[in-house]
Design a binder for this molecule. Structure first.
Ligand code: ZN
Length: 302
């Protein structure tokens, strides 16, 4: 047994070392062109930004935090000398809405939905700044020369002001938090309205794009840098549906309410990151939503 354990440890160490080395040796260090002038970018913390290079200027999607934003600015400078005109921020949560000052200081304008901006104003974080531009309503397009950034607000699915971005000319999209390839829902599923989340995924699938960058991605670092696909969006929606159906089956059987988190198993997702640690939390959250209704819930929320 000890020999086996040592072997397993050696293999694990080798795999981890290989992964890190592979990421570090990727051309341009954490950056990859995944579409025509469309780049994914990460510094290896599980946060993924996107930037699009146009004939006049560059659009950045998600600043995350000042350290990430600084490295992102450097990476952009290594592929183009065109200026960053806008840095788009997807929603209010501090792990997404921080770091904007790096781009404002570099001459760009940061952009946020008004609902996200209102929250950041009332709940400033250590590394947040107010956006230079806000927008309201469900849809707005910003023309950037030979491409357009289309902003879509789909309602109270996650956080406040959560915006999905599409770049129709490049057939690309940026999706924060609503799709995380290869991972179950995050822990207790904080600040999600799960029903609205499922509906929003259907609306995203109606949008016109071939490739997206998802803000978090639990595929291997090398795969994650390729972005996420429509198939990943469908898998995310199917997980919500499969988890709900498994819970409803336990309701139907009359399983004791607090026995349900331990009773629900979804072995087809056992290979997803977080399955062992978070499936019970995911279940407890969704079953209480189903039993008592999510907060905030109003008919036709937007
Ligand atoms: Zn969030």
């Amino acid at each position: 047994m000890p020999t086996l354990m040592i072997t397993i440890r050696t293999i694990l160490f080798a795999c981890l070392t290989f992964t890190t080395a592979a990421l570090a040796s990727d051309e341009n260090n954490g950056m990859r062109e995944i579409g025509d002038g469309v780049y994914s970018f990460t510094i290896g913390e599980g946060n993924h930004s996107m930037f699009v290079v146009g004939e006049e200027s560059v659009a950045v999607f998600e600043t995350f935090h000042s350290g990430h934003a600084g490295k992102l600015l450097e990476a952009i400078g290594s592929v183009t000398d065109k200026p960053v005109k806008y840095a788009f921020i997807s929603h209010n949560h501090w792990d997404h809405s921080s770091g904007g000052k790096v781009f404002s200081d570099a001459g760009a304008q940061t952009v946020m939905h008004q609902r996200a901006a209102d929250w950041v104003m009332a709940n400033p974080g250590r590394d947040t700044t107010m956006p230079d531009i806000t927008w309201s309503g469900d849809r707005k397009d910003i023309a950037m020369g030979n491409f357009t950034v289309s902003m879509h607000y789909l309602g109270l699915n996650h956080g406040l002001g959560l915006t999905i971005f599409t770049i129709p000319e490049r057939r690309a999209a940026y999706i924060a938090d609503l799709v995380t390839p290869n991972r179950v829902m995050f822990a207790v599923v904080p600040d999600f309205n799960i029903g609205e989340w499922e509906r929003s995924l259907g609306e995203i699938l109606e949008m016109d794009f071939d490739i997206a960058v998802c803000s978090h991605n639990a595929l291997s670092p090398q795969e994650a840098m390729n972005g996420c696909t429509r198939n990943h969006i469908e898998e995310e929606r199917q997980y919500i549906r499969d988890l709900r159906n498994a819970i409803l089956a336990e309701f139907q059987k009359g399983t004791g309410f607090m026995d349900i988190p331990n009773a629900v198993k979804l072995p087809e997702y056992a290979h997803w990151v977080g399955y062992n640690e978070w499936l019970e939390m995911n279940t407890l959250r969704l079953m209480t939503d189903l039993w008592m209704g999510p907060f905030p819930w109003v008919p036709n929320a937007n």
